[in-house]
Ligand binder design. Structure first.
Ligand code: NAP
Ligand code: MG
Length: 462
């Protein structure tokens, strides 16, 4: 797609306030593929005013009509899915097949789910002598990352629109073309002017201006814990609602009764998918000491098979960061059994699929989010030890448990401090609430729980 040189505000592409631009780079070959405007605080202010002006009308639009706009939005996403996949591949570098199935496919499912929820949700309920109205929270400031560029936009914008909120989006600087394409989709779907607005730009400039704008009622942020903490603090000071989807260091717990080969192979695939740039990735594999050597061998083999089937990381900075973590793993005494810090290609921001054995709990690579194709395999003595290790980080976003008996896996999962657990390889469910325990975040996205984040209640007594 061709990049727009303006901002999508109040239903049209408008000139940006400043002249600064951001180069969009294809991480597979390091070529500049487009240029978008770098928004200023004034651009953000113009967009927030448009969203505020559109709020009363959209909030008063019957839910059935909001549902119809969301259904239309899903249909346009379907019609343009090849273009979406191509755009994500161009600016994120993910293999085209993965872009088609996941980067284009998941947002279609999520948009469809909110078309349905908007039509069926009880926005009014009777409680004793009260009628409780579920009203939109107001203007939403959405700040999104680059790792699942369209999914993360749709997981905020679709429930916000279903609830009757209006939105200003500041997407990641690395993936603004996907965001511009989404603005075209919203327009084509017939969403009224001002209901959705887009300001491309840098985090510390446009992102910060949006997070701190007094005209924003709810800030919904997905990204690093460092930035999330600041946004949460600012929102607290302003007494406004905030939703934070932050990092993870999820445990893949393989109990002794599990199908070891299956658990290891699916576990490796989970980490390598999207080049490891997934907040919910199972980056710690926990294996009983009696099965440890076999699991390490299986994992090393599985990782080696990935060879050059995985895409690059999003940019040079992330590549450096991930290679730094691999160096640190080696320095702290972990044993490399696949991959390593050397760049596998001359061009593009690639990192080899990497597996570490002999990882212990205290090591940096067992505690910090790496955000690359790097798996750490840890040894446990018994179930209590496994649970202690699984719960032993500041994060709690996702996880997995494998066991011969489903009830055994469920019993273990119930003791984990984490927002999602996949049992014996359970599939992604776009209706299941997604979000973190502990420092992985505040609030939930997707499904019914994702919708209620954008609502506030008003009780009328009779
Ligand atoms: P990030 O800086 O937190 O970026 C997320 C979003 O916040 C981007 O749109 C970013 O804009 C914006 N932002 C940055 N600074 C801001 C500020 N002061 N105020 C308001 N918004 C701001 O994350 P990153 O630099 O892309 O990645 C760094 C690390 O974060 C990764 O290695 C990974 O560990 C973690 N991460 C987690 C997730 C997740 O899904 N949980 C996603 C991405 C990254 P810019 O694009 O201009 O920076
Ligand atoms: Mg950043």
């Amino acid at each position: 797609m061709k990049a727009h040189d303006g901002m999508y505000i109040d239903g049209a592409w408008r000139d940006a306030d400043g002249r600064d631009t951001i180069d969009v780079v294809n991480p597979a070959d390091e070529q500049v593929i487009g240029r978008v405007p770098a928004g200023t605080a004034l651009d953000v202010d113009t967009a927030v005013r448009a969203a505020r002006a559109a709020l009363p009308g959209w909030a008063a639009t019957p839910p059935a009509e909001r549902a119809a706009r969301l259904a239309a939005l899903r249909d346009v996403l379907v019609a343009r899915k090849d273009e979406i996949a191509g755009t994500v591949t161009a600016e994120l570098g993910s293999p085209l097949k993965f872009s088609q199935a996941v980067h284009a496919g998941a947002p279609i499912a999520v948009a469809g789910s909110y078309a349905e929820l908007a039509a069926t949700y009880a926005f009014e309920e009777k409680v004793g002598n009260s009628v409780v109205h579920h009203e939109p929270i107001g203007v939403v400031g959405a700040i999104t990352p680059w790792n699942y560029p369209l999914h993360q936009i749709v997981a905020k914008v679709a429930p916000a629109l279903a609830a009757g909120c209006t939105v200003v989006l500041k997407p990641a600087e690395d993936t603004p073309l996907t965001a511009q394409l989404f603005a075209e989709v919203v327009h084509e779907a017939g969403v009224p002017a001002g209901v959705f607005n887009l300001v491309t730009g840098l985090g510390p400039v446009a992102g910060q201006a949006l997070a701190e704008h007094p005209g924003v009622d709810l800030v919904s942020f997905t990204g690093s814990t460092a930035v999330g903490r600041r946004i949460g603090a600012a929102a607290g000071a302003a007494v406004k609602r905030v939703a934070l989807e932050l990092g993870g260091k999820s445990a893949n717990v393989i109990l002794p009764s599990a199908d070891l080969a299956k658990a290891v192979n699916v576990g490796v695939a989970n980490v390598m998918s999207n080049s490891g740039q997934t907040c919910s990735a199972w980056t710690r594999m926990l294996v009983h000491r009696d099965q440890y050597d076999e699991a390490v061998e299986l994992a090393a083999e599985a990782a080696a098979k990935y060879g050059d089937r995985i895409g690059p990381l999003v940019n040079a900075k992330q590549q450096e960061r991930v290679r730094g973590y691999i160096d640190k793993g080696v320095a702290e005494g972990a044993r490399l059994v696949a991959g390593g810090p050397e760049a596998p290609r001359e061009r593009g921001y690639y990192v080899s699929p990497t597996v570490f054995a002999d990882v212990t709990e205290g090591m940096t690579i067992a505690q910090e989010e790496i955000f690359g194709p790097v798996l750490s395999i840890l040894r446990y003595d018994d179930e209590d030890d496994a649970l202690r290790i699984a719960n032993g980080t500041v994060y709690g976003l996702a996880g997995a448990v494998w066991a011969g008996d489903e009830a055994e896996a469920v019993a273990f999962a119930r003791r984990m401090d984490t927002g999602q657990v996949d049992i014996n390889g359970g599939r992604f469910n776009p209706l299941a609430p997604f979000g973190g325990y502990k420092q992985s975040g505040v609030g939930r996205e997707l499904g019914l729980h994702g919708l209620t984040e954008y609502l506030q209640t008003k009780s009328l007594q009779f």
